[in-house]
Ligand binder design. Structure first.
Ligand code: DQA
Length: 147
């Protein structure tokens, strides 16, 4: 079973960016960790990151067409990208799973982070557990697929 783990803007800066919020580990560390978790769960995991809204939307279309499930950290797009939301809606309406994840807990941060325009079209959301948000997201997919 294929799972795309898609990351939005500024997540390529993990390790350098606001380490007090996002930790000192890098995107490469996340890639390694996620592949390991995927292998243990019998999921074929591919991690990608982009700062480009069009690119992440294209990857979501690709997931729908390839019938891959998605773990998505939309980063700041979370809070305002209706284009990403409309793309994301196609995942769940296609009968695929979409787990929205966040490293931090946006509900505990600035007001503008309290709204997710992606959340309403996701299967579910996991936030606030650092890299473990991704691990839990992959586990949620594996558990749901096992029925
Ligand atoms: C984030 C939370 C967002 O509010 C922020 O814009 C990010 C990262 C997180 O993983 O905690 O870039 O999605």
């Amino acid at each position: 079973t294929r799972v795309l783990v898609l990351n939005g803007p500024n997540l390529g800066r993990l390790g350098v960016r606001e380490p007090e919020v996002y930790g000192s580990a890098t995107l490469a560390d996340l890639e390694r960790a996620a592949s390991g978790w995927g292998a243990a769960l019998d999921l074929e995991v591919e991690v990608r990151q982009t700062d480009d809204e069009a690119e992440i939307i294209g990857w979501i279309h690709e997931a729908v067409d390839a019938r891959a499930h998605v773990v998505l950290n939309p980063a700041a797009f979370t809070h305002y990208s209706y284009a990403l939301r409309d793309a994301a809606a196609q995942i769940t309406t296609a009968g695929l799973l979409l787990v929205e994840v966040h490293l931090s807990n946006p509900a505990a941060r600035e007001e503008f982070r309290h709204v997710s325009v992606v959340g309403p079209v996701a299967t579910g959301t996991i936030a606030g557990f650092g890299f473990d948000s991704y691990r839990l997201g992959l586990e949620a997919i594996a558990v749901r697929l096992r029925g």
